[in-house]
Design a protein around this ligand. Sequence first.
Ligand code: MLC
Ligand code: AMP
Length: 496
Amino acid sequence: MDTDNFLLARLQQGCAGREAEVFIDGPDGRSFARFFENAGRMAAALQALGVRPGDRVAAQVGKSAEALELYVGTVMAGGVFLPLNPAYTPAEVGYFLGDAAPQVFVTAPEHVDELAEVARAVPEVVTLGTDGNGSLPDLAAGQGAVPPVPRAANDLAAILYTSGTTGRSKGAMLTHRALASNSATLVDVWRFTPDDVLIHALPIFHTHGLFVATNVALMAGASLIFHPAFDADAILEDMPRATALMGVPTFYTRLLDRPELTPALTANMRLFISGSAPLLSETHARWQARTGHTILERYGMTETNMNTSNPYDGERRPGTVGFPLPGVELKITGDNGQELPDGEIGTIEVRGDNVFAGYWQMPEKTAEELRPDGWFVTGDLGMRDKDGYITIVGRSKDLIISGGLNVYPKEVESVIDDIEGVRESAVIGVPDADFGEQVVAVVVRDDPTLDRGTVARVAGERLAKFKCPRRIEFVEALPRNTMGKVQKNALRETYS
Ligand code: MLC
Ligand code: AMP
């Protein structure tokens, strides 16, 4: 019987009791010691709200140190943390709450009313506000410290929803072992130490900002300069006292637009990491020319955390995502699942402690993507070159990545197809200078008076902003192949 809380014990290894600051500055400023103390009180408050080991705690809250105390507090209470993008509409939130059936839903005070209906079945709805009205921090303030609930390596620590090809999001179940092992590897290969100061400008409801940036910093005992959102000015201002930045490619292209970005400004920085979407070789080269630093690109996903990374020492090769991380096996497979030789393009499959435990209550979906022998079929297409570097060449799944956020066409098509006067639609991604890709909807009308404004309005009511089409094109018919399948490649060519 484990007496440890597996993930918590490892997160605290590098920093327990330290009076050094984990969050530097402002309202978020606090030491590691205070951070874990607060998280402990949060855990006690969650227990008072009925959270038992394995219960889900869903949170749709803004970015703050307190929100991260809620994450760690949930883990301490033995719960399963379920973060939700604040951009999700009430309809989207309703789906997640219905599917995951959390014991507690934490929201922002200003959203309690609009979410009341979709959160009706959740036993406890509280806020991260401090107005005493269902305030979790107020409840936590009155609690004494409780010992962390023991949790074993295979127990769940988090569920992160990731959009599905069927249009329905799937909850990726992440164990204590998956999260702890991956962060430990990253601390090691990226050489994070207590001397590091990481600029944290990513959202905290995704793998990148939550499990890569936050877990790595906590585990290493490194400090964070916490930005509420990406802001080029704020990043440029903080660079002289920081040592590392993690971002999606849009961060780097936007920073390159700024004349203040110089070798002198970045002299204290030791590491720039990019991931979540492909970094153009051109961005890589421009960054090197402007700052003298070579961006380190890595590759991961919600189901697996990080799979590969370019080397810390050694050549960081543009256009590649580097080598499989220690403890991660990677193979390239053909249509029948057979392993392909180096140089051939196929599906990337990975296996290791980092891989998720399956999709929440979707055994069939799990069986489609997670083989019985532990290999996970990522849906990304790639190849390994003779030196062992992995290159991602595309995606077999029909996915659009806009500014590092995933949009599944099927989900957007379902919403558009429901609009009266629409016969059918096809949603595609086309290149975008800022976001990498942008969402375009190609729509066939039954009712010729249906206009773009109506389509945009309905999409805006039902879908988070980042999923809404930036362009809506009306056509007489969608191009189809002889099998009747919509030819999205042809549409991408037309509208790129
Ligand atoms: C915001 N908008 C977006 C968008 N982000 N639209 C499309 N794609 C996005 N990614 C909307 C806003 O609502 C706004 O609408 C308009 O677009 C312009 O906003 P902006 O001010 O330019 O955007 P900004 O707030 O600056 O955000 C852009 C961004 C942000 C790229 C900084 O999206 C971001 O932080 N992305 C990172 C996502 C991430 O962490 N991904 C990791 C997933 S984990 P309007 O109409 O109101 O103006 C993963 C695994 C792995 O993938 O490997 O890491
Ligand atoms: P998500 O489902 O949000 O976890 O997104 C994971 C997907 O992002 C992966 O399956 C890849 O398609 C993509 N991705 C992540 N990192 C990279 C990268 N460095 N280069 C190209 N694609 C990436």
